[in-house]
Design a protein around this ligand. Structure first.
Ligand code: NAD
Length: 494
C-alpha cells in the first residue's frame, strides 16, 4: 500500500515513527498509509525551511510573483486531478472539491500582487534634511497547521501569503486527508518555488508540539477545533511566537418574518448540508422569528427529502460521507439525544439506509431546539440543522451574541433597516445579508470572533500581510556640508 511522503527540502521523505491509515470515507476502506513524523523529522523540516530562508528573502519580488502566476495556471489546469484526490480522502463531492480549489486560488491571486502588498510608506523632510520610510520584512520560518475539512483551501489561506511575503514554511496538514498538501507542494515546485521554501510534514500532536516549541519557528497559523486552537494559541504565545488560531463555529441564520421563504429554505439546506455540514461556515442553527417557523421548517424538510447522498465521485451525488466512522458516530449521537433534550426530530438522518461500509449518515432537522441543549450549544460538524423559535428580532440577536462562537452569521430579510441594524449589532466576524455562507473573497480577510479565533490577526487577505511581516522604520539623513555640525541635544524635529 502506498505510503504518503513528507516533503522536506524538495525531497520526498519516507520517515515514520508510527504508521496510520488514510481511508476513503465513501467505501470505508484504507487506501494509503501515512507515516507519522517523529520530532526529529519535524526538526529536519524546520532546518530545511531555515536553510532556504536567506535565499528566498533575497529573491526579487518579481521572481516571487512569477511563482504565483505560474501556480495559478497549474492549479487551474490540474483542478480535476486535485479535486479527485480531495474527494477520495475527504469524501466531499467532486464539484465541492473543485469549489474549494477555486476559493483557494483567490489566495494565490492575492499573493501574486505582492509588489503592491509589500509597499512601505515614506515621509519626506520630517525634520530638516531627514526622511523616514518603512519596509515590511518576513518574520522567518512559519508553521501552518490545518484541519481535515478543506485540505486545499485552508493550506492556501496560509502558505500563499506567507511565501509571498518572503517567509519559508513548514505545513502540517490534517492526518486524515494529507495527500492534497503533497500535491500542492509538487505544484509549487513546478511553478518555480525553490526547494525548502515549502515543506510538508505529516503528523499528530508530537509534530505540532515540535513546531510550537521550536525557537526557529517565528509564527504559527492554525485552523481547527476550538479546544486545540486555544491550546495552540497559549503554547505558541508562551513561547513568544506570533499566533493566529482559528477555531470552531455554530453559525446562526436569523430569518425575519418578511424573508422570502423559498430563497431562505434553499439557502438553509445548501448551507447546512453542503459538504455534509463539515464546513466551519456551515449554517447549523436557523433562528425563526415571529411565526415563520412552521412554514420554513416544512419547506426545508421538503427540500431535504430530494437530496442525493452518495459517493462523491458520482456526479449525481450532492452530499458525500463524513470523514471517519468516529465522526459519523459522534454526529448521530447528537441526533439520538435531541428528543430527550426537548427538540423535535423532524427528519432523522440515521434512518437513511446506505449500502457498503462508507461513513455515510443522512441529513437531520431538529425543530424547537432548546438553547441549553447540547445540539444547540456544541459544534456538531455534521449534517444536522437545529431550528430555534423566537418571537422578536431582539431575542434572536441576543441568542447569537450570547453564543460561545462568533464565526459567521446571516440574516434573511427584505428589510434593509433590519439588515443594517443586524450588521451593526451582531457579534460575529463574518456576516451575510441574504447570503448564507459569507466567506470573504480573497481581497478581504477571514476570521471569527469570540471562541472562533484566538489571536488578533484574521487569516489571508490584507491581515495576512501584516501577520507574516515585521515592519522596520528607517530614518535617513544624507551628508549636506551646509547643515553638518556637532549637536549633543536629543534628536528633535527642526
Ligand atoms: P482538529 O482540531 O482536530 O485538527 C486540526 C489540526 O490540529 C490537525 O492538523 C491535527 O493534526 C492537529 N491536532 C489535533 N489534535 C491535536 C492536539 N491534541 N495537539 C496538537 N495538534 C492537534 O480539527 P479537525 O477535526 O481537523 O477540523 C474540524 C474543526 O476545524 C472544526 O471545529 C471546524 O469548525 C474547524 N475549522 C475552523 C475553520 C475556521 O476558519 N474557523 C475553518 C475550518 C475548520
Amino acid at each position: 500500500m502506498a505510503r504518503i511522503p513528507h516533503v522536506i527540502g524538495g525531497e520526498k521523505i519516507d520517515a515514520a515513527e508510527r504508521i496510520q491509515p488514510v481511508y476513503n470515507p465513501a467505501t470505508g476502506e484504507q487506501q494509503h498509509e501515512l507515516g507519522i513524523a517523529s520530532a526529529a523529522t519535524v526538526e529536519q523540516a524546520i532546518a530545511a525551511a531555515q536553510a532556504a530562508l536567506p535565499m528566498w528573502r533575497k529573491t526579487s519580488l518579481t521572481k516571487r510573483a512569477d511563482v504565483f502566476f505560474n501556480l495559478r495556471q497549474l492549479l487551474k489546469q490540474r483542478t480535476p486531478e486535485l479535486a479527485a484526490i480531495v474527494t477520495s480522502e475527504h469524501g466531499k463531492v467532486l464539484s465541492d472539491a473543485a469549489g474549494e480549489i477555486a476559493r483557494g486560488l483567490e489566495n494565490v491571486e492575492f499573493a501574486s500582487g505582492l509588489l503592491h502588498l509589500l509597499k512601505g510608506e515614506r515621509d519626506e523632510q520630517v525634520s530638516t534634511g531627514v526622511d523616514v520610510h518603512s519596509v515590511k520584512q518576513p518574520v522567518g520560518v512559519v508553521a501552518a497547521i490545518t484541519p481535515f475539512n478543506f485540505p486545499v483551501m485552508v493550506p492556501l489561506w496560509m502558505i500563499a501569503s506567507a511565501i509571498a511575503c518572503g517567509n519559508t514554511v513548514v505545513l502540517k496538514p490534517s492526518e486524515r486527508d494529507p495527500s492534497a498538501s503533497v500535491f500542492i507542494a509538487d505544484l509549487f515546485r513546478e511553478a518555480g518555488l525553490p526547494d525548502g521554501v515549502l515543506n510538508v510534514v505529516h503528523g499528530d500532536k508530537v509534530a505540532v508540539d515540535t513546531l510550537l516549541d521550536s525557537p526557529t519557528v517565528k509564527a504559527i497559523s492554525f485552523v481547527g477545533s476550538t479546544p486545540i486552537a486555544r491550546y495552540i494559541y497559549e503554547r505558541a504565545a508562551a513561547n513568544g511566537k506570533r499566533v493566529q488560531a482559528l477555531g470552531g463555529a455554530k453559525n446562526h441564520m436569523l430569518v425575519m418574518p418578511d424573508a422570502d421563504l423559498n430563497m431562505t429554505a434553499d439557502a438553509a439546506v445548501s448551507a447546512a448540508y453542503g459538504s455534509a455540514g463539515e464546513r466551519c461556515m456551515a449554517v447549523s442553527v436557523v433562528v425563526a422569528v415571529g411565526g415563520v417557523g412552521d412554514e420554513l421548517v416544512a419547506k426545508i424538510a421538503e427540500r431535504m427529502s430530494k437530496l442525493t447522498i452518495g459517493d462523491g465521485t458520482d456526479p449525481a451525488s450532492e452530499m458525500g460521507p463524513l470523514i471517519t466512522q468516529e465522526a459519523k458516530d459522534r454526529v448521530e449521537s447528537y441526533v439520538a439525544g435531541a428528543a430527550a433534550e426537548g427538540g423535535v426530530v423532524v427528519v432523522d438522518g440515521r434512518e437513511t439506509q446506505f449500502e457498503g461500509n462508507g461513513f455515510f449518515t443522512g441529513v437531520s432537522l431538529i425543530d424547537h431546539v432548546k438553547t441549553d441543549s447540547k445540539v444547540y450549544r456544541e459544534e456538531i460538524f455534521g449534517p444536522v440543522l437545529a431550528v430555534v423559535r423566537v418571537d422578536t428580532y431582539e431575542e434572536g440577536l441576543q441568542l447569537i451574541n450570547d453564543h460561545q462562537f462568533g464565526n459567521g452569521t446571516a440574516i434573511f430579510t427584505r428589510d434593509g433597516g433590519a439588515a443594517r441594524q443586524f450588521e451593526f449589532e451582531v457579534e460575529a466576524g463574518m456576516v451575510g445579508i441574504n447570503v448564507p455562507i459569507p466567506v470573504p473573497v480573497g481581497a478581504f480577510s477571514f476570521g471569527g470572533w469570540k471562541d472562533s479565533l484566538f489571536g488578533d490577526a484574521h487569516i489571508y487577505g490584507p491581515e495576512s500581510v501584516h501577520f507574516y511581516t515585521r515592519s522596520k522604520v528607517i530614518t535617513t539623513r544624507w551628508p549636506n556640508p551646509d547643515q553638518s555640525r556637532v549637536d549633543l541635544g536629543f534628536p528633535s524635529n527642526s
